[in-house]
Design a protein around this ligand. Structure first.
Ligand SMILES: Cc1cc2nc3c(=O)[nH]c(=O)nc-3n(C[C@H](O)[C@H](O)[C@H](O)COP(=O)(O)OP(=O)(O)OC[C@H]3O[C@@H](n4cnc5c(N)ncnc54)[C@H](O)[C@@H]3O)c2cc1C
Length: 424
């Protein structure tokens, strides 16, 4: 067991702060004793494999990181005619597993040759590429449950789906299950075809992916009916970075966020992920969700959007606040052409007591809602009739209150100046 181990050295993104405790167990017994150690201290546990799909906070992980690697990477192959039942330690590299089996003439793991990371991480994520996925070959998985007991799960109970498994589902519920070995079944194939496929996949990867720059592969899950990379490209975000940060949408493959020179912080990468997701949503109405596992604390950005109810409520709002009860400057003729950003409107709205109480109400309500959420952006939509006066003023005020509270904010006025002839 080590203390204060910098996790950026264990992730392919090359960012992330220290783990309070860090261990690389060599056996199931050591995993069980690690879990006991964490239990006794009442600290959280995170399981790390190859770190090829993790974005770990700059503040690191205030608990125990158990890294499943070389110590648990044995492989056993039992043959029965043309079929082999293979048991691989969770810490074995996927690439190693695939090349070992291919070199012995077994087909079915070619897809995994270029996927970085471990067999355990591959099952957790149900990793896949070029038409193959772990689901096609995995028969059963041995793991240690959160009570420190060895267990096994087989077949459909593994719930392997698109980048999901019973293990990722349990993790969402706060349960830490440690995969220790995986049993798969493969069959003999034509050696020329097997090596042909491996060459084809590897040259496809080299020509289309930025393999020489730190990343975690495809940053976003594929939204149904779309490709994340194409949406990002079509949104004009190829090569995009925020204020020249080292975190960038790869110019070579828009589905990858890269960390140029390993110089971006995890927060920079996180900000870019949120920003790209927002920009794509604004343009196409499709919300991109990260495939990358986001671990630890990230400062969440709060987006405060003003809108007009008559143009519809924003679909991605997490919290909707109604400013229609405030006195309406629209009915003062000389104020009508101005917007909620103009001083006479601000003075007018602020001259009424109910404005202050509404804003304070916003604050408590927002903070309450924010506490329910973890590690993702948060969108507050403030609406009035036309989205021109009261909602604009309130959005700006609310954003500044939240900024004073230490949140990072962005203000967007969706409907401002859309139509000043109508009631606002
Ligand atoms: C250049 C590049 C290309 C990539 N291409 C692909 C691709 O084509 N297809 C694809 O699917 N992915 C791809 N990825 C993403 C990544 O390789 C996969 O998600 C891989 O399965 C992650 O494995 P890992 O061991 O690195 O897991 P980690 O990143 O270490 O962990 C991922 C998740 O699995 C959990 N986990 C890991 N090991 C265990 C264990 N033993 N027990 C319990 N939980 C565990 C972790 O807690 C975490 O939540 C790519 C990544 C890179 C950097």
């Amino acid at each position: 067991m080590r203390e204060s181990v910098l996790l950026k050295n264990y992730t392919t993104f090359k960012c992330g702060g220290p783990a309070r405790f860090f261990d690389e167990p060599q056996s199931e017994e050591e995993i069980i004793s690690d879990l006991r150690f964490a239990n006794e201290r009442k600290i959280p546990v995170f399981i790390l494999g190859g770190g090829a799909n993790c974005l770990i906070s700059d503040r690191g992980f205030d608990g125990l990181v158990i890294r499943i690697g070389k110590g648990l990477s044995d492989i056993g192959i039992k043959t029965n005619g043309d079929t082999a039942t293979v048991t691989a330690g969770a810490g074995m590299l996927l690439r190693g597993l695939a090349t070992t089996l291919a070199s012995q003439g077994y087909e079915g793991t070619e897809f995994a040759c270029g996927i970085p990371g471990t067999v355990g991480g591959g099952v957790f994520m149900n990793a896949g590429a070029y038409g193959g996925e772990m689901k096609d070959i995995v028969k059963s998985v041995r793991y240690i449950n959160d009570k420190g007991e060895p267990c096994e799960v087989t077949g459909d109970a593994l719930k392997l789906g698109y980048r999901t498994s019973i293990f990722s589902q349990m993790a969402k519920n706060g349960k830490t299950f440690v995969i220790t070995s995986v049993t798969l079944e493969v069959h003999k194939g034509d050696p020329a075809q097997i090596s042909g496929k491996i060459e084809e996949f590897s040259s496809k990867r080299t020509s289309s992916q930025p393999l020489d720059v730190p990343s975690a592969g495809s940053t976003f899950k594929r939204p149904e009916g779309y490709f994340a990379g194409k949406l990002i490209d079509d949104a004009g975000l190829r090569g995009y970075s925020i204020d020249g940060s080292a975190a960038q949408v790869s110019p070579k493959h828009c589905g990858f966020v890269v960390n140029n020179g390993g110089e971006a912080s995890a927060q920079d990468v996180y900000d870019l992920i949120c920003d790209v997701s927002d920009k794509v949503f604004d343009k196409f109405g499709v919300r991109l969700e990260p495939e990358v596992r986001i671990v630890g604390f990230f400062a969440r950005k709060i987006r405060v959007m003003s809108f007009g109810f008559k143009y519809g409520v924003p679909e991605d709002a997490d919290l909707i606040l109604d400013a229609r009860s405030l006195k309406n400057p629209y009915w003062v003729e000389e104020l009508r052409p101005l917007s909620g950003l103009d001083q006479p409107i601000i003075d007018y709205i602020e001259s009424f007591e109910e404005t202050e109480s509404l804003i304070c109400g916003f604050r408590e309500e927002s903070v309450h809602a924010l506490r329910q959420r973890n590690n993702s952006g948060f969108n507050i939509a403030v609406g009035c009739t036309g989205g021109h006066h009261r909602s604009v003023y309130c959005a700006v005020r609310l954003a500044s209150i939240l900024a004073d509270m230490g949140y990072r904010t962005e203000v967007v006025h969706r409907d401002i100046l859309k139509d000043t002839s109508d009631e606002q």
